[in-house]
Design a protein around this ligand. Structure first.
Ligand code: NAD
Length: 491
């Protein structure tokens, strides 16, 4: 069987990458090689930026109402190819087919919202700021912008940005994760069918070298990044030092608080999905549950049972509820953190370090793991594990739980499970996190809200999705205009 070698898509053409360096892309459930991904160099990136710059010239003169016609076509093509794209995500990333379908649905919702750009880009007008003088603000595109994505949502995350950037009149470069680049390769085949003017959307494969070339290129005006916190910080610093606009969404360590008055059956189901869905490789995954008061033992027993019931296997199979993690290295790192938690004094309530899946002996499988009573001083209590590992800690009161959360360095998501409205209000009001869930385990904002995130989970001001994306991808121009009435009276 020949293995497909992926290409870049630049200026409307599929092009080979010059470096000669490739990464094998493995199916994490079978370890089979699916494709070879090229690693672009600074030269490859420059060619892509050049193509985008020349496309921008025409694209920004295309009226917004015409630009969104491409978005309507894109929505229809994504629907037509929905199953194929979902299967591709499962094969290259490992998540279950249901999770991949959910991911593609979220991607499409962003295209739908971007179809409203003519209204979303509208701005402000003040008549008569002085006699005969009006003042107004208009939004104009930035130029060439780049999107750098992580491995865990290869279909959805580029769509937190791309539809808005393009519909606002920018020319775009997408740099998918070098670990899951196949989905975007297929999406770009759809872009070809849509017939975007050459260079409006460009695909650059590669890793850190390609990203740094984008950060240093003077013609790239904005960078949208999603990935781990150390890389997000690097992107923010280097991009800003080069005078670019940057939005950089980072890692997480999401706490969920379970009150004694929570509906335990519903809470357990939701928390299990949050912690073990996507094999825990989700920036909105539950990492830590803080039980309050009497919830401690009852919740621990219930969640241990739910963890045991998870069906681990190849995500393309219907019965499977949790797929593998992305790589053998990642599995080893996760096993190491579990051991460190045990060494630091946690009780290993459920041990998922070894997982045998019939028919897939080479897959990178783990089972759900629960570390109970992890001491807060443990490094594991502060580290993003990014695997199917849930830690349980305890607090006597809601106030104490909120204090523990607010001492953490991340602020991506925090959730509360309760039947008490007052507790819910206190939590929403005081907790330091950008995305908050009340009786929700994955508080993922819909496409018409920004994907928030605070503290070390986000560097920048404007987030992805919706109005924030429109503001990020446009610069404001304020015009003060005088037309004297007597000039019109002469006709
Ligand atoms: P990662 O940081 O390793 O990689 C993300 C991107 O950065 C990739 O495209 C990669 O090529 C590039 N990159 C990696 N190292 C680089 C370097 N030294 N210099 C320049 N570019 C570099 O992240 P990942 O492992 O692919 O994704 C998982 C991480 O993403 C987790 O930390 C997760 O929490 C986070 N994430 C955050 C959100 C959010 O919205 N906050 C969403 C999804 C994932």
């Amino acid at each position: 069987m020949t293995i497909e070698v992926l290409k870049n898509h630049i200026g409307g053409q599929w092009v080979d990458v010059g470096s000669g360096d490739f990464l094998d892309i493995h199916n994490p459930a079978t370890a089979e090689v699916l494709a070879r991904a090229p690693l672009s160099t600074t030269v490859d990136v420059s060619k892509a930026v050049e193509a985008a710059s020349s496309a921008f010239g025409e694209w920004r003169y295309t009226p917004a109402v015409s630009r969104i016609q491409y978005m309507f076509k894109l929505k229809n093509l994504l629907e037509e190819h929905f199953e194929e794209l979902a299967r591709t995500i499962t094969m290259e990333n490992g998540k279950t087919l249901g999770e991949s379908r959910g991911e593609m649905r979220r991607a499409i919702e962003n295209v739908e919202v971007a179809c409203g750009i003519p209204a979303l880009m509208q701005s402000e007008f003040s008549e008569d700021i002085a006699p005969g003088i009006d003042e107004y603000m208009i939004r104009q595109p930035l130029g060439v912008v780049a999107i750098v994505a992580p491995f865990n949502f290869p279909g959805m995350i580029p769509f937190w940005f791309l539809p808005y950037a393009v519909a606002c009149g920018n020319a775009v470069l997408v740099k998918p994760s070098e670990r899951c680049p196949i989905t975007m390769q297929k999406v770009f085949r759809l872009f070809e069918e849509i017939g975007f003017p050459p260079g409006v959307v460009n695909l650059v494969n590669g890793g850190a070298q390609a990203v740094n070339a984008l950060l240093d290129h003077p013609d790239v005006k904005g960078v949208s990044f999603v990935g781990s916190t150390p890389v997000a910080r690097h992107i923010y610093r280097r991009g800003a030092a080069n005078g670019k606009r940057v939005q950089a969404q980072g890692g997480a360590k999401n706490p969920l608080v379970v009150m004694p008055d929570a509906n335990m059956e519903m809470t357990t189901r939701i928390v299990a999905d949050s912690a073990f869905g996507n094999a825990g490789q989700r920036c909105l995954a539950a990492s830590t549950v803080i039980t309050v008061g009497d919830a401690r033992e009852v919740f621990a027993q219930a969640i241990a049972k739910a963890a045991d019931e998870r069906v681990v296997g190849y995500g393309l199979e219907d019965s499977v509820t949790m797929g593998p993690v992305i790589s053998p290295e990642s599995r080893e790192r996760i096993r190491g953190l579990i051991q460190q938690g045990v060494d630091d004094g946690a009780d290993l309530l459920v041990d998922g370090r070894e997982a045998q899946v019939a028919g897939y002996p080479d897959g990178y499988f783990l089972r759900p793991t629960i570390l109970k009573d992890l001491p807060l001083a443990s490094e594991v209590a502060r580290t993003e594990i990014f695997g199917p590992v849930l830690t349980l800690i305890h607090a006597d009161t809601l106030g104490q739980a909120i204090e523990i959360i607010n001492r953490g360095r991340f602020g991506n998501m925090a959730c509360l499970f309760t039947s008490n409205g007052g507790a819910a209000r206190q939590f929403r009001y005081e907790v330091q996190a950008g995305n908050v869930g009340i009786n929700i385990g994955v508080a993922a904002p819909m496409a018409f809200f920004p994907f928030s995130g605070w503290k070390d989970s986000f560097f920048g001001t404007l987030h992805g999705q919706a109005r924030h994306a429109v503001e990020f991808y446009t610069q404001t121009k304020v015009v003060v205009e005088r037309w004297d009435e007597k000039w019109s009276r002469q006709f």
